[in-house]
Design a protein around this ligand. Structure first.
Ligand code: ZN
Length: 228
C-alpha cells in the first residue's frame, strides 16, 4: 500500500510567545463518560516515573471532556474491547531529557514539527506520532533550567500535551485548531513546560460532543498506515 500522506499538526514556534489562558471550568463533569483506549508504543524505554506522569497528565487533560483513558501495549494486547475511541500513539526516537552537551550539539532553529497524525483521503486516522528528537531540540536549554529531579516528569508532561493535541484531531475528526489551549496550532516552550496548560472550554465541549469512532477498531492492526 502506498504511504499514507502525513499531516503535521503541531508546529512549534521558535519565539517565546506570551499566551494567557482562561480556564474557566465548572466543577461538574459532563454526563456520559466515554472511553479512549490508547495503544501505546515507544522506540525507547520510558522510566516508570515518566510513564506515570504522562498517563496522569493525559487523563487530567481529557477528564473534563468526560473521556476516560485506558492504556494498552499493542505488543501484548491488540484486542480492542468495547470502547468509544481508540488510537495508536507512538513515541519516536529517544524520549527523555538529553544531556546538555547533546542538546546544544543538535540545537537548531525552528519551526519544529513535534507531533503528527496520519491522514488518508482527508480522514484523520487514529495514528499519532510524537517526534522526540524535535521535542528535545525545541525544549533544549529551557528544560535544562528545570530542577534535575523534575526534568523527567516535566518532559513526560510535555509529551502528554502533544499526545492530547493529536488525540483532539483523532477524536474530533477535525483538521481545525482552537485559538488557545492544547488544540491551538502551535505550542511555545513556555506552554509545554508550564504547570498548567489545558484544552479551552470550547474545545472540551467539542471533544465531549464528538461522535464515537468505533469504525477504527478493525484498523489497529494495519501496519501500512502506522507511519512507517
Ligand atoms: Zn493540530
Amino acid at each position: 500500500m502506498v504511504a499514507v500522506p502525513r499531516v503535521a499538526h503541531i508546529f512549534a514556534l521558535a519565539g517565546a510567545l506570551s499566551v494567557s489562558l482562561c480556564v474557566c471550568r465548572s466543577e461538574s463533569l459532563p454526563s456520559g463518560e466515554k472511553t479512549l483506549v490508547i495503544f501505546f508504543t515507544s522506540d525507547s524505554p520510558i522510566a516508570p516515573v515518566a510513564s506515570s506522569e504522562m498517563k496522569r497528565e493525559l487523563g487530567h487533560l481529557l477528564q473534563p471532556a468526560a473521556i476516560h483513558v485506558e492504556w494498552q501495549d499493542p505488543a501484548f494486547d491488540r484486542s480492542a474491547p468495547e470502547n468509544d475511541y481508540s488510537a495508536l500513539v507512538r513515541l519516536r526516537g529517544s524520549c527523555h531529557p538529553t544531556e546538555p552537551s547533546v542538546r546544544f550539539e543538535h540545537a537548531v532553529n525552528g519551526p519544529f514539527t513535534l507531533a503528527a497524525s496520519a491522514v488518508s483521503d482527508g480522514v484523520v486516522l487514529p495514528f499519532g506520532d510524537i517526534d522526540c528528537a524535535a521535542l528535545n531540540s525545541f525544549l533544549g536549554p529551557s528544560l535544562w533550567r528545570e530542577p534535575a529531579v523534575i526534568q523527567e516528569a516535566v518532559y513526560a508532561r510535555a509529551i502528554a500535551r502533544l499526545m492530547a493535541h493529536e488525540l483532539y484531531h483523532v477524536i474530533g475528526q477535525t483538521h481545525d485548531h482552537a485559538r488557545s489551549g492544547v488544540a491551538e496550532p502551535s505550542f511555545t516552550v513556555t506552554e509545554l513546560l508550564s504547570d498548567h496548560f489545558e484544552f479551552s472550554e470550547i474545545t472540551l465541549g467539542e471533544l465531549h460532543a464528538s461522535p464515537e469512532g468505533t469504525e477504527y477498531s478493525g484498523r489497529i492492526d494495519s501496519e501500512d498506515v502506522s507511519g512507517k
